[in-house]
Design a protein around this ligand. Structure first.
Ligand SMILES: Cc1cc2nc3c(=O)[nH]c(=O)nc-3n(C[C@H](O)[C@H](O)[C@H](O)COP(=O)(O)OP(=O)(O)OC[C@H]3O[C@@H](n4cnc5c(N)ncnc54)[C@H](O)[C@@H]3O)c2cc1C
Ligand code: FES
Length: 367
């Protein structure tokens, strides 16, 4: 018995010494002093070395998309590193194609700034702005989803394409000791330039959603930055449009439909929305009104768990089943999908089986 206690104490002691040495090494070896970052050959910044490229750029008000807050799990924060940056890490390679590795693409949250570094980023990222927005409206649209309307500061506005997203900063709050950014799709119309509407679902123990659902109030100020994303409405097409969403995936679809209505775009569009029960449906009156007022729009909600008590008269089953029933001539259509990975994967299979070309199926995966 004594031997077990002595061994346990010894192992704990050795671990503590190792932890101390690692911290000491990080503080001393990790002091890289001032280094320079050259971006797109023409902009130079002098920064303190030692942090990730992502957080170093944020300090310089250059915002790279990051949906996981720098945990190395979303793959959104890619930048091309032309010089410096060290070798690519095993945490990065699962997100890279061979071509990207060849070109020096890195996850900026994993790549540390330890020496002078040259990088290349899309020019449009210099247009990403940060705003201190005020929560003007907040309501429960289902038991787990809140709709937020944010007002941008007086005199400031945002330009975005319908379908794009912003990042919302969750600050430090009781139970959370780190600031994190999370991606949320914009639901408002690009014509409403001084507001941003969001639909945020509650994830148990999630840092940002707990902040929004349990701490945030009307009148509070939140930090957002954007816009980001290559999922957006394709203006230069005249194809019929298939829109598919589940849960908070409704947000970018709303933005697209609002834009189409306000710009008077005369393209046939059908929106398939998947939910479990009637309680999970949102904005029903709005979609019904669009059916009356838009060029040729149809809203088809479908429920997987409607019971007798719900007295549901609409479609039942998963969205792919309903698509199978209604969708014809897929070769003349393009599709916009938004929701979780499983739903998107199923839908891509269902839509290509109906004749849609894979290049014309645009999607945003939320997890
Ligand atoms: C481009 C893009 C757009 C997005 N738009 C929206 C949007 O409009 N509305 C919206 O609500 N969300 C949206 N998301 C998801 C959002 O960015 C966050 O991932 C989500 O809100 C969880 O953040 P969190 O900080 O609360 O959870 P975290 O602290 O990041 O996660 C806590 C735990 O929950 C798990 N988890 C994370 N998300 C989910 C989930 N959805 N379901 C179950 N478990 C989960 C994580 O793996 C982790 O284990 C979008 C994501 C992307 C990439
Ligand atoms: S921020 Fe998500 S992988 Fe880098």
């Amino acid at each position: 018995m004594n031997e077990i206690i002595i061994t346990t104490v010894a192992i704990s002691g050795i671990s503590a010494i190792f932890a101390f040495l690692l911290t000491l090494a990080d503080r001393t070896i990790g002091n890289y002093g001032e280094v320079s970052i050259i971006i797109n050959e023409d902009k130079e910044y002098t920064v303190q070395g030692g942090s990730s490229l992502l957080s170093t750029l944020i300090d310089e008000k250059i915002f790279i998309p990051s949906a996981c807050g720098g945990k190395g799990t979303c793959g959104y924060c890619k930048v091309r590193v032309l010089e410096g940056g060290g070798p690519i890490l095993s945490t990065e390679t699962p997100f890279m194609s061979d071509e990207e590795i060849e070109k020096g693409v890195r996850l900026s949250c994993q790549c540390k700034v330890k020496e002078n570094i040259k990088i290349e980023i899309p020019e449009e990222l210099f247009n990403v702005k940060e705003f201190a927005a005020v929560v003007e409206e907040m309501e429960d649209v289902t038991s787990v989803i809140k709709r937020l309307k944010l007002k941008l500061p007086e005199g400031e506005d945002i330009s975005f394409k319908p379908g794009q997203f912003i990042q919302l900063k969750a600050p430090i709050y009781e139970g959370n000791d780190e600031e994190v950014y999370r991606a949320y799709s914009i639901a408002s119309s690009p014509y409403d330039k001084d507001h941003i509407e969001l639909f945020i679902g509650y994830v148990p123990n999630g840092i940002c959603t707990t902040y929004v659902h349990k701490h945030l109030k009307v009148g509070d100020t939140v930090q957002i930055n954007g816009p980001y994303g290559d999922f957006y409405f394709q203006e230069d097409s005249d194809r019929e449009i298939v829109l598919v969403a589940a849960g908070t995936g409704i947000a970018p679809i709303l933005s697209i439909l609002r834009y189409m209505k306000e710009k008077n775009i005369n393209r046939k569009a059908t929106f398939y929305f998947g939910a479990r029960t009637p309680d999970d449906l949102m904005m029903t009156d709005f979609f019904k009104e669009l059916e009356e007022t838009m060029f040729d729009f149809k809203y088809i909600p479908t429920l997987t768990r409607a019971t007798e008590e719900h007295n549901w008269q609409g479609e039942r089953g998963r969205v792919n089943v309903v698509i199978d029933k209604y969708l014809e001539n897929g070769e003349y259509k393009e599709a916009y999908l938004c929701g979780n990975k499983a739903m998107i994967d199923t839908m891509v299979t269902a839509l290509t089986a109906k004749g849609l070309s894979e290049e014309l199926i645009y999607f945003d995966k939320f997890d």
